[in-house]
Design a protein around this ligand. Structure first.
Ligand code: ATP
Ligand code: MG
Length: 362
């Protein structure tokens, strides 16, 4: 069986370091590993509209931003198909059929959708499209026969839902769809990177992000303002590591090499943590170290972005070509789905012959 990757992002803003450690960095590694037969990366504009129906301009403006972020992180259009979800109408058609395989109560149990409904104050009036977006995600994944979906932890319930739809579909209509596997980051801190305000998740919608495209000074300011341990007031105070965002970011980003380069008095993060916990280590010193680590990671990304920004027409061309490739693949799967459901009437010679016979014998 072919090894196929499908994943994507909502164009609700520029991409941030949470996306980077949660999924983007891994995608580039997988792309360059050469182990995958096909890689599809989707800019999920149709999904973004499910909770931004009254603000289509926001989505329209951010498609190019997400595309630039992809390319600047090292996604290569020669190896990876980058496409725009709404340009593949087959995905809607698949969703329409999958909807019959899912109950309302099953959707209501989805913990990610539950918390997102709360976050968006949708409790009293949930848009139907938003409520059903896990089904639309199942269409995105299955349309490309994806075997591997590299995403952050918040996507676990979506993958579960997709697997259920695949099993149900195959059981009812015969073996057609492929069951995907989720690929979560190995590093625990990357599963759900918190915001700079210490909130559970860095998220475009919460405005607590460090963006990949921000300049060095903006990143530095954000790092210096980050949430730490509110009870660690004097340098001599013992400090807490748990829930301390600066240390979570160090868990996500730093290596022993960084210590050699920027903080040689410690060998590794464990030593730095131990000092902080004992007392005698100030937040400013830790933040300055984190800033050096982040700048080193972000600098080449910023430089590549500047290059692509000079040729926006070319970036749109990449998206157009990618959308055509994606559409052809989705159309193939949709044809198989309709054949399995026996709703491909005009290709079904047996059905037509049977009915001709039935009426000729009357
Ligand atoms: P929105 O607020 O519009 O939902 P978002 O910041 O949550 O935006 P998405 O486009 O929904 O971003 O997510 C894209 C991908 O990035 C998903 O795979 C998701 O799991 C991952 N991701 C998003 N935020 C984080 C985070 N803070 N830590 C790790 N992974 C993340
Ligand atoms: Mg999200």
């Amino acid at each position: 069986m072919e090894k196929i990757i499908l994943t994507g992002d909502r164009p609700t803003g520029k991409l941030h370091v949470g996306h980077y450690v949660g999924s983007l960095k891994r995608r580039v590694q997988l792309q360059n590993s050469g182990e995958y037969d096909k890689i599809f990366i989707m800019i999920a504009d149709a999904q973004a509209l499910t909770d931004n129906a009254d603000n289509p301009e926001k989505i329209r403006q951010n498609i190019i931003e997400v595309a630039l972020d992809y390319l600047s992180c090292g996604l290569d259009p020669e190896k990876t198909t980058i496409f725009i979800q709404s340009q593949v109408p087959e995905l809607c058609e698949l969703s329409f059929y999958y909807m019959n395989l899912v109950t309302v109560s099953r959707l209501q149990r989805n913990p990610t959708v539950k918390s997102e409904i709360q976050m968006r104050n949708f409790e009293t009036s949930i848009p139907v499209g938003f409520f059903t977006y896990p089904i639309s995600q199942a269409s995105d994944i299955t349309a490309f026969k994806a075997t591997t979906v590299p995403v952050g932890e918040d996507q676990l319930p979506m993958l579960e839902q997709t697997k259920e739809i695949v099993r149900r579909f195959n059981a009812v209509y015969g073996e057609t769809l492929v069951e995907p596997e989720i690929l979560l980051p190995d590093n625990k801190a990357c599963l759900r990177l918190p915001g700079i305000d210490g909130k559970a998740k860095m998220s475009k919608s919460l405005g607590n992000c460090i963006y990949l495209s921000e300049d060095a000074e903006e990143v530095r300011k954000k790092v210096m303002s980050m949430y730490t341990d509110p009870e660690h007031i004097k340098v001599s105070d013992p400090g807490k590591i748990e829930g301390n965002t600066v240390f979570t970011y160090l868990d996500a980003f730093c290596t022993d090499e960084h210590f050699k380069k920027y903080l040689p008095e410690y060998n590794n993060l464990d030593e730095l943590k131990a000092h902080y916990q004992r007392g005698g280590l100030g937040d400013v010193k830790v933040k300055k170290f984190l800033n050096s680590v982040l700048q080193e990671e972000l600098e080449p990304i910023r430089a590549r972005r500047k290059e692509y920004e000079k040729d926006i027409a070319y970036v749109y061309e990449i998206l157009k070509k990618g959308s055509e490739v994606a559409q052809a693949k989705a159309a193939q799967t949709l044809a198989e789905v309709k054949a399995a459901m026996k709703i491909n009437y005009f290709e079904d010679k047996d059905l037509i012959a049977e009915h001709i016979k039935k009426y000729s014998e009357k």
